[in-house]
Design a protein. Structure first.
Length: 125
């Protein structure tokens, strides 16, 4: 992954496999995740949160769009985006979305997520 954008694309693709062993290498061990009304401060907790989401939304497909790169250097990147998901909840097709922020760092040539914050869709006033 040469760029933060490449890293983000790989992260989304890995997320859509529903296999944390493919997601884990793209997350920094010290990462902090804020979603599901909870703060997840270690990889074990982050993994449990991903797996809960994959269990509660069968066949989930997760997408991001409208990316806005607030910071992008050779070592750091911050991106905001709109996310969308769709899948089966209790056997019924559902979808949703919201706003997200990811902070990525590049160390030894490898980009990793160090922070993710997801919030349900909000409306500007």
């Amino acid at each position: 992954m040469d760029t933060a954008l490449d890293a983000l694309k790989a992260y989304i693709a890995a997320t859509n496999t529903h296999r944390f062993d493919l997601v884990r290498p793209l997350i920094d061990p010290s990462a902090s995740y804020w979603f599901g009304e909870r703060v997840h401060e270690n990889l074990g907790d982050v993994q449990a949160a991903f797996e809960r989401a994959w269990t509660s939304v069968a066949d989930e497909v997760y997408e991001v769009g409208d990316c806005r790169w607030l910071v992008e250097t050779a070592e750091h990147a911050v991106v905001t985006y709109r996310y969308r998901w769709r899948g089966l909840v209790d056997g019924i097709e559902r979808c949703g979305g919201g706003l997200g922020t990811n902070v990525l760092v590049c160390q030894s040539g490898a980009w990793r997520v160090v922070h993710e914050h997801l919030t349900p869709q909000v409306t500007a006033r």
